[in-house]
Ligand binder design. Structure first.
Ligand SMILES: NC(=O)c1ccc[n+]([C@@H]2O[C@H](COP(=O)([O-])OP(=O)(O)OC[C@H]3O[C@@H](n4cnc5c(N)ncnc54)[C@H](OP(=O)(O)O)[C@@H]3O)[C@@H](O)[C@H]2O)c1
Length: 239
């Protein structure tokens, strides 16, 4: 791994191999951050392509967010590499959607339900709590939620377990904020429905129509403590 560049802010993007995550990493590099992006396997990914394209200040780390052991190992590698420098932005993007839109919750296998809930709802909290001492006291912590996590806006149904997992994520972040105190900006971000492997080709937004605006919104919230559930433009979403 290359040495850190002491004068650049640091962003850690968890789940940056492809899709929205690699776009978030790209955007933070464009903004001048030193970026740590995580993948979860040995596979070559679009994040590796980004590094090979000559992106200065991009480090690739590895973590499967469903593994507490891998989160602890990531913590120790980052601590050794950062040597007392704090992370300025922690953004957990990793997530899964394992069933089609019309699948009922009762149609999904136990294994897929557990994976969805563990990955989307529990794992972001494990990452945030597990890396807490590496994150600056006024750093921004963001998690990729979804408009589908809004209970108030669920008029159409669909994606039942995925929706439930993002609603659970939002609730867990509220519990975290209530317990810890909201001294940092804590952001639950909704990117819109975007063309990725998860979003599909028919999604109304391209990645470039979503992520630059979303990252600008996260940046705009820097230094403003409190938990907020907002869309890519910073508009509040009903819980
Ligand atoms: N696309 C949309 O329309 C949309 C809308 C609202 C919210 N979101 C949310 O945005 C986030 C990214 O979605 P996307 O559209 O970019 O999906 P995607 O193209 O399917 O990418 C999913 C990302 O999550 C990573 N990931 C999944 N499970 C993981 C695990 N156990 N450990 C570590 N990384 C893991 C994947 O890594 P691998 O490459 O190793 O599989 C990949 O980087 C998700 O949280 C999703 O729920 C997406």
């Amino acid at each position: 791994m290359k040495n850190s560049t002491p004068d650049r802010p640091i962003a850690l993007i968890v789940g940056a191999s492809r899709g929205l995550g690699v776009a978030v990493a790209t955007e933070y590099l464009r903004l001048g951050y030193e970026v740590y992006g995580t993948v979860r396997s040995d596979a070559h990914t679009p994040l590796h392509d980004l590094r090979e394209a000559g992106s200065d200040g991009l480090h690739i780390e590895r973590v499967d967010v469903t593994s507490t052991g891998e989160i602890a190992a990531l913590h120790d590698r980052l601590a050794a590499h950062l040597r007392g420098r704090a992370i300025d932005v922690l953004f957990v993007v990793a997530g899964v959607s394992l069933a089609p839109q019309d699948a009922r919750a009762i149609d999904m296998s136990d294994a897929d339900i557990v994976t969805t809930m563990l990955t989307n709802a529990i794992a972001p909290l494990r990452v945030i709590e597990g890396l807490d001492d590496l994150v600056g006291p006024d750093a921004t912590i963001a998690v990729m939620s979804s408009g589908q996590g809004s209970i108030g806006r669920n008029e159409t149904g669909g994606f039942e377990v995925y929706r439930a997992s993002k609603a659970a994520l939002n609730q867990l972040m509220r519990s975290y904020a209530a317990r810890r105190g909201t001294d940092r900006p804590l952001l639950l971000m909704a990117p819109g429905w975007v063309q990725t492997d998860m979003g599909g080709n028919g999604a109304p937004l391209t990645v470039s129509e979503s992520i630059p605006a979303l990252v600008a919104t996260v940046e705009h919230q820097r230094g403003i403590p409190g938990l907020r559930y907002v869309d890519r433009h910073g508009e509040p979403i009903p819980w």
